[in-house]
Design a protein around this ligand. Structure first.
Ligand code: ADP
Ligand code: MG
Length: 277
């Protein structure tokens, strides 16, 4: 635990009583800064303008939901902020680093160290146990062998699957598979969790399980970016942006960045689907 020392705002006291300089420089910048980001797939007559000069800033510790109809550019935006894809035009600063200047090796380094990804269809490796799925992720992230088992078991326990580590995905419910995928995403202890429609294939009860986990991860200081079609799910985020035709058309703050995310009450399933504009 770190506490601010009164009268010396630039210093921080750590729990072991050592006094260190508080993070400065890039730490004071927003976590993500997108400037004039465009993404064009294809060329000429078949060119698709998936993002159109997007300017966007995200603070450390925020919990963002991205909503918008199918084809509006949500996944394209997430792929760019997750360093899975590069903008056609414009710049993206992650942690003060212009990722447009990084090569594939450096991009994969950032993905492995900083970012945990969660997808609608879980993307677990079939016929492979939950424990192995999580450990494989740690191998890619070059976590030393001795550390892998400990971290994998801790991540699996953290999502409430402590008794399911030896099961393969087909032996689990959809909600359990998504929790396993979240365990895989958090095992590397990333500062950022990116989730593309994480509850899109889940029933209401499993959706709330996943929202509970995201609530906890954000309360622990992780930044979360989550795409969703469901207003009910977006209600759990601190901030909501709406994307339409490759542009951000609305930006709503639902809770302060420094503080817990909102805890919306349960609503009837009638309200779960956002109207596709
Ligand atoms: P969303 O996630 O909001 O449904 P996407 O970001 O996936 O939207 O897609 C935005 C637009 O870009 C759509 O018109 C889609 O068809 C197009 N698109 C997405 N990925 C590709 C691709 N790899 N090649 C060509 N067009 C693409
Ligand atoms: Mg999508």
């Amino acid at each position: 635990m770190a506490a601010a020392l009164p009268g010396a705002a630039e210093m921080v006291v750590h729990s072991d009583d050592t006094l260190v300089a508080a993070p400065t420089g890039p730490q004071e910048l927003p976590l993500m800064v997108l400037s004039g980001v465009s993404k064009i797939y294809g060329e000429g007559d078949i060119a698709v303008h998936a993002l159109r000069s997007v300017d966007f800033t995200l603070e450390r510790g925020d919990y963002l939901a991205i909503i918008g109809s199918s084809g509006s550019g949500k996944s394209t935006l997430m792929n760019i902020i997750g360093c899975l894809d590069q903008p056609t035009h414009g710049s993206y600063l992650l942690d003060g680093i212009d990722v447009g200047f990084l090569d594939d090796f450096e991009l994969s380094y950032i993905r492995n160290r900083q970012i945990g990804l969660v997808f609608q269809s879980f993307n677990l490796i079939p016929r492979t146990t939950v424990l192995r799925n999580v450990e494989l992720r740690l191998i890619y992230a070059r976590v030393p062998k001795g550390e892998r088992r400990r971290r994998a078991l801790a991540a699996i326990a953290a999502v409430g699957l402590g008794d399911r580590g030896t099961h393969i995905p087909s032996e689990l419910s959809g909600g359990q598979q998504q929790r396993a995928a979240i365990a895989r995403a958090i095992a590397t202890e990333p500062a950022i969790i990116l989730a593309d429609e994480p509850t899109g294939n889940l029933d209401t009860a499993s959706t709330f399980d996943v929202m509970d986990i995201f609530h906890r991860l954000n309360s622990e200081g992780r930044t979360i970016v989550m795409i969703t079609h469901e207003h009910e799910v977006a209600a759990h985020a601190k901030r909501v942006i709406q994307v339409a035709d490759g542009r951000i058309v609305a930006d709503m703050r639902q809770a302060p960045v420094d503080g817990p995310p909102p805890r919306p009450g349960s609503a009837s399933p009638d309200h779960l689907q956002v109207a596709h504009a």
